[in-house]
Design a protein around this ligand. Sequence first.
Ligand code: NDP
Ligand code: PYC
Length: 342
Amino acid sequence: MTNSSSSSFVHLSLDEAFELSRDVLLSNGMNAQHAAAVARSAVAGQHDDCNSHGMYRLLVCVKGMRSGRISGDAVPEIHDIAPGIVRVDARSGFAQVAFDEATPVLVRKAKECGIAALSINNCYHFSALWQEVEALAEHGVAAIAMTPSHAYVAPAGGKKPLFGTNPFAFAWPRPGKHPFVFDFATSVAARGEIELAYRKNEKIPDGWALDRDGNPTNDPQEALQGAMLPFGSYKGSALSAMIELLAGPLLGDLMSFESLDLDGGVGITPFHGELIIAFSPERFAGGDAQENHERAELLLQHIVGQGARLPSQRRFAARTKSFKEGVHLDESLFKEICALRT
Ligand code: NDP
Ligand code: PYC
């Protein structure tokens, strides 16, 4: 572990980053399985240069553990509720272990039926969704994932928070290559980006948020107290409403305004459900999907051929670099994380 040249960053190998993250979680009451799964997720965000969903999230994870509301030893319950649906009750634990345990069932069902859905219920969820859809693409299935959060975002035309930042992610498997993956909040930016701007005393761009009186603001604190805006006006707003419905009432779980009500000002990670749908290219092709995969590659080549970049290209490049060099953590964040070890 060394201080980097600017002295405002601390360099950690990936092993050091994982051990620090896991130790912080263990010392705040998580069992070994949960601590390892959540630490892997936080470090994955860090090594892919997704700082809003990297080791920064350890702060709110620990706050949640200390609130006594989040279970650090929940044993997820898997329910095989239909040929194409598996439900996993996370039993008030973080989503990671529930996802890990239900993944083999989801993949098997998708490969049998062509399409299958995973309903994760009663989970605390803070992570980037690319982690989940990428893990599924590694099993050879395409996947979409969506989840609500807390009510932070005004619907297009409104001024008061109602929707969550509601991320939506997609992965398409590409044999022998990184999958095609996109993953975005349906707000203009993730709330974590505004929180990081606030920590760094930086302004946020135009168009991200309104203050408490409904006026546009570039001040991150005012934005956090006011309402964030959906991306793409009424289009992002409608997608966000869809995510509330599909990952909320469809699954029998909470919507973002209900999650925020339940939080009651404690300020911990949102508590709700998540919907993940997996598709088997082979089953849709009626056997061998090789030709369809080759045609899919043409589309991706045409994107890059125009000089555009694929989503996740930046992230995969960051991962390659981090795997060689480790990660750099803002020194003040590093100190805050270290201080969480009890
Ligand atoms: P970004 O706007 O930073 O990125 C969204 C996507 O667009 C990424 O896949 C990104 O790829 C891609 N992208 C960005 N620029 C380009 C470009 N020029 N050309 C092509 N693709 C591009 O993400 P958000 O701020 O919206 O979300 C950040 C993260 O926050 C997400 O991972 C999301 O899952 C997470 N989140 C989680 C929540 C939760 O409740 N668990 C709630 C809200 C957000 P690349 O990464 O390579 O730049
Ligand atoms: O960054 O919007 C966000 C977020 C909400 C929950 C987890 N991340």
